[in-house]
Design a protein around this ligand. Structure first.
Ligand code: PLP
Length: 365
């Protein structure tokens, strides 16, 4: 007997999520040191002193369960975004929230709609439930909202849209996005995944849309611009009733005490976000200049990463970079076998990457 015979079909057919290669793993496998990791869109600044102080303070109470309602963090979020506390659902990263949404609303005979090149978690949570993933063809690597509209049926329970999108960095302007949301039927929920919203220089506050569109759920995270990926905190903002349902299925202590304390402090640190954005802008320009010198085309990005066409087997380029101690992300699993995605790092990290890339491209034709 194989345990696969016992498991749900939808689970045995799942393709596991492939995370960015951890630094320690590369050290172990290749004995490389002085590694630069630009593979998971983390904030290269590291945690602020304020966050480290909050962790020290919160660690004194580690024998206690965390606040299962996340009162302090939710109050800070409600304050910042002028929402009711009860419109917020906290998650162990926003991936947790994305899964909660699917588990709350989607049944196996439903459809979940998202775009080609959309974030890998969408097919994963869809398939884990045994629902049908409907994938709209992309336009210029980004969302084709028109194509998505035509694929909405009376079985479509959920639509996932990441803006900016990962792994392509593509971006939808507010007018088009709002027009799309406005025509989605009431019984279909739209999840607007704004993991990179802080980088986007938005001309509109999408949170204002929650009042107009009760079927809209916005998800955000502390993993990217806020620099807390290792702690795992994200959240959903939604209609009160939706939040109530999500909170019923949520594990009572899904966000740990250190994460709660750190996120509440990080949320108020506007200077850290400003510095992050500035660094990202400079790093983006640095990488683009490097790609131009190498005559490589890239997908214009509004995130803290950029996806570049290396014009050859990206797995080989990835592997060559690993041997030089640079971890990036090949995106063949997204159907982009000649692209790599690189996160924007510190200036010297970006330079290490560009130098290594130049060497590798000279070796692989
Ligand atoms: C990184 C990312 C997330 C957030 O992941 P966390 O679970 O919050 O760390 C969500 N959506 C997209 C598109 C992402 O790239």
């Amino acid at each position: 007997m194989s345990f696969c015979d016992l498991a749900l079909d939808c689970v045995t057919q799942l393709q596991p999520y492939v995370p960015g290669k951890p630094i320690e793993e590369l050290e172990r496998e290749l004995g490389v040191t002085n590694i630069v990791k630009l593979a998971s869109n983390e904030n290269p600044l590291g945690p602020s002193d304020k966050v480290l102080a909050a962790i020290t303070e919160a660690s004194k109470d580690l024998t206690r369960y965390p606040d299962g309602n996340g009162f302090t963090l939710k109050s800070a979020l409600a304050d910042k975004y002028q929402l009711n506390v009860d419109q917020i659902t906290l998650g162990n990263g926003s991936n947790d929230v994305l899964e909660l949404i699917a588990r709350t609303f989607v049944s196996p005979n439903n459809e979940v709609l998202f775009s080609q090149y959309a974030f890998a978690i969408y097919p994963l949570v869809t398939q884990a439930i045994g629902a049908k993933a409907v994938i709209a063809p992309a336009r210029d690597y980004g969302h084709d909202l028109q194509a998505m509209s035509t694929l909405i049926t009376d079985k479509t329970k959920l639509i996932f849209i990441a803006n900016p999108n990962n792994p392509t960095g593509t971006y939808l302007v507010a007018d088009e996005l709002e027009a799309f949301i406005a025509q989605v039927p009431q019984q279909t929920l739209v999840v607007l995944d704004e993991a990179y919203v802080e980088y986007g220089d938005l001309d509109v506050n999408t949170i204002d849309w929650l009042e107009k569109y009760s079927n809209l759920i916005i998800t955000r995270t502390f993993s990217k611009a806020y620099g807390l990926a290792g702690l795992r905190v994200g959240y959903a903002l939604s209609h009160l009733e939706v939040a109530d349902l999500l909170n019923r299925i949520r594990q009572p202590f899904n966000v740990n005490a250190l994460a709660l304390a750190s996120a509440a402090v990080a949320l108020k640190d506007d200077a850290y976000i400003a510095q992050t954005k500035q660094l990202n802008k400079q790093g983006m320009a640095q990488l683009i200049a490097g790609f131009d010198r190498l005559a490589l085309s890239y997908i214009p990005s509004k995130g803290n990463f950029i996806t570049v066409d290396v014009q050859r087997n990206a797995e080989e380029v990835f592997s060559g970079l690993l041997h030089q101690g640079v971890i990036v992300r090949p995106v063949g699993n997204y159907g982009l076998p000649q692209h790599i995605r690189v996160s924007i790092g510190l200036e010297e990290e970006n330079q290490r990457f560009l130098d290594a890339l130049t060497t590798i491209l000279g070796k692989i034709s």
